[in-house]
Design a protein around this ligand. Sequence first.
Ligand SMILES: Cc1ncc(COP(=O)(O)O)c(C=O)c1O
Length: 363
Amino acid sequence: MMIYLDFAASTPLLPSVKKELFRAFEEEYANPSSAHKLGRSSFEKIEEVRALIAESIGAYKSEILFTSGATESNNLAIKGYVLANKKKGKHIITSSIEHKCILSICNFLEKEYGYEISYITPKKNGIIDAEEVIKAIRSDTVLVSIMHVNNELGTIQPIEKIGQACFEKDIKFHVDAAQSYKKIAIDVDELNIDFLSISAHKIYGPKGIGALYIRDLRETRIQAVIHGAGQEYGLRGGTLPTPLILGFGTAVQDQTIENSFEEVIRMNTLLREKILEIGGVLNTPNTNSIPHILNIRLPEFNASHFVAHSDFLCSQGSACSSLNIEMSYVLREIGLDFISANQSIRISLGINTTFTNLELLFK
Ligand SMILES: Cc1ncc(COP(=O)(O)O)c(C=O)c1O
């Protein structure tokens, strides 16, 4: 029997999402840009999902764009904004523990366009000091991009404080919320967020669909990353994938923040206790972290062997880089050496995790 403990990498579909996907793949085949009745009907349903996503983060429907997932949203937000606003400056602030895609985008901008990037390193507990970010702001800073929740550690970053500083200094603020959306309440106005990336497959929706929130989308200069036939305000070409969007909508509607949150906290507490009992170390701090992600280290443990062969399905580092033998840069940034990193795994809890399953881990 396999026990899935890798919900931060991806989630199974909610039954209601699966049902909606089947229905939509069967019935919603028209092009939603078509002028006929069937196309218009799909278009209207897509617009309802757009409104639902907007409402879930305190935004306007006209500020939501569909993408293929958080990677694409991050690309569009960062490349799209900075390349359209080169005159404002060529300095970007981010952190050294962002998702690999953010680091790749920044590397690309550095190499190809001569941008300067300040990578803020986290404190030893995996939390970025907002003051460090604020100190790094310069007169030519054009964008700050900081993730809400770190995917390897589960640490929650001080988004509100950073957002406030960016607002005061009139600098755009991008937040990768792939790991926080639907786990932590997000209000883009309260947090002063200008761009927010989300992904359906982290919230029990289908893979291949996500969204980007862009504050004042129509008034903001953004360069398209995918040039196409004018869809999504000309910023993201391609026929909209109606079934995926409707499945995403069902996940947004049915996966509420309250869903079993208390239960996940209790499971996280149990895991922490058991791991300490057997001489393990917690790489994820007790405070300022979401209960769904726990990164742990066990002495004399071969994490890569465990991940490859165990029936407990966890990750070592992040999912996309776990096939590499390179050590996790996130663990390195919080001070772990190669050996300690290779004794560490990420356990992530989700909708069908049970106490019984977790107890089996220690048998
Ligand atoms: C923080 C973070 N950003 C971005 C991504 C990429 O998301 P997607 O698979 O939707 O492109 C992930 C997924 O691993 C993530 O955890």
